[in-house]
Structures are given as C-alpha cells and as structure tokens.
Design a binder for this molecule. Structure first.
Ligand SMILES: [Zn+2]
Length: 313
C-alpha cells in the first residue's frame, strides 16, 4: 500500500523550530486547472527512469517570488529519513484578487526543471522513490488543512500557526484548530457459500474495481457505518463485521478503515444507482484487481482472490 515504505520512515512530529537548509524539499501545490477539485504538485517527473523529485530549498530560494515570502510562509511538515519537507503557505496573499498565485509564480520560475503534475498522474505508475509519493499524499492533506484554516471560523480574524503544536490559533478570540481527519470505511462483503465478494465501480472518479465504501457520519461507530453503507449502496444486511487494516489517504483527508463482513439473508443486490454504476457478486477467481498496489481496497481484494482471506484469523 502507499504507506508501506519500510525501511524508510515518515516522521510527522511537529517542530516549528526546524528551518530549511539548501537540500530541504519544498511542496508547492496549485489548483487543478480542469477544476476537478484535485490539486497539482510541482515535481520533476522522469517518465523514462520512472523517478520523481521535488524542488529543493536551494532552487526556490533563488526565485524572485520566494523573496516576497516571509519565513512564516514556509511551514515545516515532516521528514522522511534525512529529508525535511516544507510547504509554501502564503498566508498573507489574497489569491482572489490576483491573476497569478504565489504557487503559480514559483512554478513559472522553476519551469526549466519542474512542472505541475496531477495526483492522478502521480499515482498512475510506480515512480520511485515510493516514499516520495506517500510524502506527497501526506503533504497534500496538510496543505488542504493549512489552506482552509487561514481564518478563524468563530470570529473571522486571520489565524497564526501555534508555536508548540500543529494547530492554528486565532489571535483575537483564542480559538484553536487542530488537523482534521475524515474516517471512512472500506468493506469486503463476502459470501462463503459461493466464495464471492461484492465488487463495485463508482459512477464518477476512479474507474477501476473497488469495494463498497463510505464516510462515517457524526454520532456513529465504524461498525455502524459498515452496516449502513452496505444497506445504502447494495441493499444488503451483513453480520460478523471484522476489522482488517487502515490506510491514511491524504488526497481526500481520510483515514480509511478496512472491514470484511458476511452477507446474511437475501443476497440479491439492490444497487444505489446515484452512487455506483456497477455492483456485482464476483467469484474469487474472477476478481480483476486494480492496476497498482497502492490502495487498501486493492490489498483486500487481492487477499481474498489469492488466499480466500476474509478477515477471519
Ligand atoms: Zn477567532
């Protein structure tokens, strides 16, 4: 899965005292021009060698755009082994009144080496080092959080970064905002009698086989989410809900929680056509996996296909 980067280690302890050195890596994101709600990351992608790299502080610091930023607008995110990663977080900028954002300007000035690439492209093949892909997913989630917490939701003042922990603090009313993570479940619904699992395809977005999935609502346990989503998306009741594994999925600010469960009673699928375009019982040997092994969904489908694993220990 995307987070499986051993022996490398992503360390996300907050350290506001950490400043960039010439070799530090810098994340620059911009809105996707096609307006899919996706963002793009500034990267050097070599499609022959299948490698990727991010701008270094020594590249960024030479640009005219960087000279307009303050130290506070370069935020320490995390480290991967000896690499420290920072985010350009232009808090003072009023992006709505400008033709070109700070991020766009940095992309223009570094265009001889780096270009903006969508996350869809970044995860469309196995680029290495793999830990840099996981770093981008994680940085994206932090960047989203930094972007939507620029102002205090209680009083509207501009927030500042807390000096001790990863939080935004309102200097006017004292409101403090911590990073938010959205829990969502992925569900392998199995039928022991026919040795089958339910595969789905979503109506919009990702085009490959998936499992039933959905977000946890406020006031609900994860197990209740599983039962509700199965009923909503395929009209079935399930029992014996058992946890498998979890996966951080930064480009949606999610923590995905994988469960297997057994169908009970009527097995006829009544698909939610607003959400899905395909939902069928598929026998183990007929399961078609996703093209890459980044997702928890794929790992769950693969384990069932190859080993008949259904979460039972
Ligand atoms: Zn406030």
């Amino acid at each position: 899965m995307i987070q499986d980067i051993t022996p490398h280690k992503l360390r996300n302890e907050y350290d506001p005292g950490k400043g960039p050195v010439p070799g530090s890596k810098i994340f620059v994101f911009r809105e996707n021009k096609e307006g899919r709600g996706d963002r793009e990351v500034l990267v050097k992608l070599d499609k022959e060698k299948m490698t990727l790299d991010y701008p270094k502080f020594s590249d960024i610091s030479l640009t005219e755009t960087y000279k307009k930023l303050t130290d506070a607008e370069l935020v320490y995110l995390f480290s991967v082994d000896d690499d420290n990663f920072f985010l350009v977080d232009p808090v003072k900028e009023d992006v709505s009144s400008k033709d070109e954002s700070i991020e766009e300007a940095l992309g223009r000035e570094l265009a001889d080496q780096y270009s903006f690439v969508s996350f869809r492209e970044l995860r469309s093949a196995y680029y290495s080092p793999k830990e840099y892909i996981y770093a981008a997913f994680t940085a994206y989630q932090l960047a989203e959080w930094y972007q939507v917490t620029r102002f205090c939701g209680k009083c509207g003042a501009a927030n500042v970064n807390d000096s001790k922990e990863r939080a935004r603090t309102c200097p006017r009313c004292g409101n403090k905002i911590y990073p938010r993570i959205n829990p969502a479940v992925i569900i392998g619904i199995t039928d022991k009698e026919t040795d089958s699992i339910i595969l789905t395809k979503y109506r919009v977005g990702y085009g490959h086989n998936a499992l039933v999935a959905g977000f946890t609502e406020i006031g609900e346990t994860l197990e209740e989410t599983v039962a509700r989503e199965v009923m909503e998306e395929v009209g079935l009741t399930v029992s014996n809900i058992r946890y498998y594994k979890s996966q951080p999925w930064g480009i949606a600010s999610d923590i995905l929680v994988g469960f297997y469960c057994d169908v009970t009673g009527d097995k006829e699928i009544r698909m939610d056509e607003g959400e899905l375009k395909y939902a069928e019982w598929v026998k183990r040997e007929d399961i078609v996996l996703q093209p890459l092994e980044y997702s928890l969904t794929n790992e769950m489908m693969k384990l069932f296909k190859e080993k008949g694993y259904d979460g039972t220990i």
